[in-house]
Write a protein that binds this ligand. Structure first.
Ligand SMILES: [Zn+2]
Length: 124
């Protein structure tokens, strides 16, 4: 009988450990996906920004002034324009292209049933 109680205790402890691990993983997923969503920070560089006006409609995310200029330069380059600075290389354009794809993937995952279930089940 004592062994049965011990087994129940062990399973309960293992379940609590697993639940704690799942909660920490869910929190890490939520934290990673909230990056770039802070309303007082530039979505691209993370610099604190005091937004005094709504960003232009063509901006996909709230950017600081510098990142907004860089994003616009990237868009012009993508449309066949000339590089506007020496660092506007194909690799620089690749960082923008991949960052935008990353942000889009995050947005799609945040809207998915799996993400909503994860948040409901593992976050308090
Ligand atoms: Zn910025």
């Amino acid at each position: 009988m004592a062994e049965v109680i011990d087994l129940k205790g062990r399973k309960s402890k293992e379940r609590r450990i697993a639940e704690g691990r799942d909660r920490r993983r869910a929190q890490a997923v939520a934290s990673a996906l909230s990056c770039g969503l802070c309303p007082r920070r530039c979505a691209h560089c993370g610099q604190a920004v005091e937004f005094v006006a709504a960003p232009p409609a063509e901006m996909p995310y709230p950017f600081c002034e510098v990142c907004q200029e860089e994003y616009q330069a990237f868009r012009r380059l993508e449309k066949g324009g000339e590089p506007e600075a020496f660092w506007h290389t194909p690799q620089w354009a690749g960082t923008w292209r991949n960052w935008l794809a990353y942000m889009q993937a995050n947005q799609e995952f945040r809207g998915s049933p799996a993400f909503l279930k994860l948040m409901e089940e593992h976050l308090d």
